[in-house]
Design a protein around this ligand. Structure first.
Ligand SMILES: Nc1ncnc2c1ncn2[C@@H]1O[C@H](COP(=O)(O)OP(=O)(O)OP(=O)(O)O)[C@@H](O)[C@H]1O
Length: 169
C-alpha cells in the first residue's frame, strides 16, 4: 500500500491526467526511499484506470530500464551514442505507442542535458506538436540528484579534452 506521500502524488498525477493537463514532474530521492515502488504504482494505476497502456517506462541505461520492466530512453527516442554536432539534424522518430500519454524516465542522473533536449525535439516531431514541451506528452523524471558527480560528468564530452580546453575554463 502506498504511504501518504506516495498516495498524494499519485492522486495529483491521476487528477491532472484526467483533465488532460500535461504532467511535468521530477521525483528526486535517495536510495531506498520508494521511487521504484511509486513509479510502478503510477504505471499500474494509470494503465488500469485508462483500460490501456498509457504509461511508457524507460531508463537511462539498460540496467535501469530492466529494473522497472521498461526499455532504454535511447532506443525509445532513437538517441545516438554521441551528441550530434547539430542536434536539429537528428532525424529520429520516437518509438512510442499511439496510446502513450506519460513517459517515465528513471535514473536521470546518468543522462546528459542534450539527451533531454533531443527527447524534447524528437517527441515534438513524433507528436506533431511543436508548441508544447515534449510534444505535449507527460514526463516524469526520476533519480537521486545526490548521485550527480559534476567533476566526473565534465569528462563525458564527446570530443577529447585537451590541456588547452582545460586551461581555457
Ligand atoms: N509504500 C510502501 N509500502 C511497502 N513497501 C514499500 C513502500 N515504498 C517502498 N517500499 C519498499 O521499500 C524498498 C525500497 O523502495 P524502492 O526500491 O522503491 O526504492 P528506490 O528509491 O527506488 O531505491 P533505489 O534508488 O535504490 O532503486 C523496496 O523494498 C520497496 O518495496
Amino acid at each position: 500500500m502506498a504511504n501518504n506521500e506516495q498516495q498524494d502524488l499519485l492522486n495529483k498525477i491521476i487528477r491532472d491526467d484526467s483533465k488532460n493537463k500535461q504532467v511535468l514532474l521530477m521525483i528526486n530521492g535517495a536510495a531506498r526511499t520508494g521511487k521504484t515502488f511509486l513509479i510502478k504504482l503510477i504505471e499500474n494505476s494509470m494503465n488500469r484506470s485508462a483500460g490501456k497502456r498509457v504509461v511508457l517506462m524507460t531508463g537511462s541505461t539498460g540496467k535501469a530500464a530492466k529494473a522497472i520492466g521498461g526499455r532504454t530512453l535511447h532506443c525509445t527516442i532513437g538517441l545516438p551514442n554521441e551528441k550530434p554536432e547539430d542536434l536539429e539534424s537528428l532525424k529520429s522518430q520516437a518509438f512510442i505507442y499511439a496510446t502513450t500519454r506519460l513517459i517515465i524516465i528513471d535514473e536521470i542522473t546518468l543522462l546528459a542535458s542534450w539527451h533531454l533536449d533531443a527527447t524534447d525535439m524528437v517527441l515534438k516531431r513524433t507528436q506533431k506538436r511543436t508548441d508544447a514541451l515534449f510534444g505535449g506528452l507527460s514526463i516524469i523524471l526520476v533519480g537521486d540528484l545526490r548521485q550527480l558527480n559534476l567533476g566526473t560528468r565534465a569528462n563525458f564530452s564527446s570530443k577529447p579534452t585537451t590541456t588547452e580546453d582545460k586551461n581555457s575554463n
